[in-house]
Ligand binder design. Structure first.
Ligand code: GAP
Length: 456
């Protein structure tokens, strides 16, 4: 059927309570989005599935929930205060601020890679190819300058006594600074992992393709601490694990690919992304990074606290290496929605929009639909019973066809219809979202039937 466009997805998300523009009644606020009643459930399910795979089922992995506001020295140690910046320039005519690398990527379509270019080289490329401002069409740019992406705020009760602090631009540092505490409290032996899911903030300038690039977003990160000589093997293992997770939550492998980084940080020995084929093309979904002992060494240097780990078997002391796996929950949400969205033409020409979400990710696992309102005495108890086990929704408004369509659009895997036969045989009709096939089941069978289908 028709190609998925971002506009189509944004309209569906708004209309069905998945995602709304942030502060909409005040005219919105660029690059911020609010999750609605359906969206928050889907996103929570994504985070739960990730946690299950990377903490609960992962050997020797432990979760943390670190503070968003951290001692500013953390960001000196991590290198963010000095170099967490994007090359930006302003349009002299309409004053829009743009990322030079994004502008070049959009123009070059893979023929050059701005990640490997200096500011001077980017400036020369923009002048040579007369790259125009996407907002007003002018070709008059200020020189490229580096802008730090961290949001600053101030701590303290009086102006004189303020200390500059930052909203964390990544969750990873919360895992690094807790390395010793987690290791000691759990008595974990290397190799072990620390994971976290939480908010991060970046003062991104380039508008971001819906929730692809936002200024406030959630990350799901896992740091694997290991011996340097084992890091290559773990890097490959986490590439595989990251890909398998995506396949298991419903992605088609044709829509995913690995992309090695063209430019490595001086301390890293390998880095790659998994890209997803979004409506705007192949873009980064998550990253995997073999970072060596850089992070813990820097925190040792800046905090003065030893980050040495003592091997309990041979007494060897060393600073562990890190294999980082990082994925944005919102960017994954966008990929999940794009992957699930489908339109199909039914007999008679009607177009059915359906979110073919993996059942484990769907907001509601089933909808309970009395064929007529006067069947509510039979339908309500079924709904009350099922909602003790999983999220279900009750809908008795409108024709049964319209109610099916509403559930299809939010990806509810099963619709349970209570009809007049239910009064006699205590059975209901269960319609499966993707095939639209219907089976007749006893009310007592519903819980295990749905429970089996939504397992992850
Ligand atoms: N600790 C490593 C780190 O933060 P990153 O590549 O900057 O690495 C990791 O970010 C992931 O976070 C990305 O792959 C992406 O999924 C997500 N992400 C990064 N910036 C984002 C933004 N502005 N909006 C939404 N998601 C973002």
């Amino acid at each position: 059927m028709g190609k998925l466009t971002m506009d189509k997805l944004v309209t569906l998300c708004k209309g069905r309570g998945i995602i709304f523009a942030g502060s909409e009644i005040y005219g919105g606020m660029g690059n911020t989005w609010d999750y609605g009643p359906v969206g928050v459930e889907i996103k929570n399910n994504i985070k739960r599935a990730w946690w299950k795979r990377f903490v609960q089922e992962n050997d020797n992995s432990f979760g943390v929930d670190a503070a968003i506001l951290m001692n500013s020295r953390v960001w000196d140690a991590s290198g963010h205060t000095a170099s967490f910046s994007d090359p930006k320039m302003d349009c002299k005519k309409c004053k829009s601020r743009m990322r030079a690398d994004t502008l070049i990527s959009a123009h070059a379509k893979g023929k050059v890679n701005p990640d490997t270019m200096s500011n001077e080289e980017m400036q020369a490329y923009i002048e040579q190819h007369k790259l125009a401002c996407p907002k007003c069409g002018a070709c008059e740019w200020t020189p490229i300058r580096q802008f730090n992406l961290m949001f600053e705020t101030a701590r303290g009760v009086t102006d004189e006594n303020q200390n500059k602090i930052y909203l964390r631009p990544e969750t990873a540092q919360g895992e690094f600074v807790n390395f010793l505490s987690v290791q000691r409290s759990t008595r974990a032996k290397v190799p072990f992992g620390i994971a976290q899911v939480g908010k991060a903030f970046r003062n991104e300038v380039t508008p971001g393709n819906f929730i692809f690039r936002t200024i406030e977003f959630e990350q799901m990160e896992h740091q694997l601490f290991c011996k340097e000589e084992d890091s290559k093997e773990f890097y490959e293992k986490y590439k595989e694990k990251a890909m398998q997770f995506l396949l298991d939550i419903g992605f088609d492998k044709e829509h995913l690919r690995f992309k090695d980084h063209d430019k490595l940080a001086h301390y890293a020995s390998a880095a790659c992304d998994i890209q997803f084929l979004y409506p705007m093309g192949w873009e980064e979904l998550n990253g995997i990074h073999n970072r060596g002992s850089y992070d813990l060494s820097r925190h040792q240097e800046y905090s003065g606290k030893s980050m040495l780990y003592t091997d309990p078997f041979n007494g060897e002391k060393y600073i562990p290496s890190v294999v980082e796996y990082s994925i944005g929950a919102d960017r994954l949400m966008l990929a999940v929605l794009c992957e699930a969205f489908d339109e199909e033409e039914l007999e008679g020409g009607e177009i059915r929009s359906v979110l073919r979400l993996a059942p484990c990710l769907a907001a509601y696992k089933a909808a309970v639909l009395p064929l007529q309102k006067n069947l509510s005495d039979s339908a309500r108890p079924i709904f009350e019973k099922l909602r003790k086990s999983f999220p279900v929704i009750y809908d008795d408004a409108g024709s049964i066809g319209k109610r099916y369509r509403r559930q299809d659009e939010i990806g509810t895997p099963f619709c349970i219809t209570i009809d007049f036969d239910t009064l006699d045989d205590n059975s209901v009709t269960v319609r499966e979202r993707d095939s639209m096939e219907q089976v007749r089941l006893k009310v007592d069978e519903l819980e295990s039937y749905i429970g089996n289908a939504i397992k992850f």
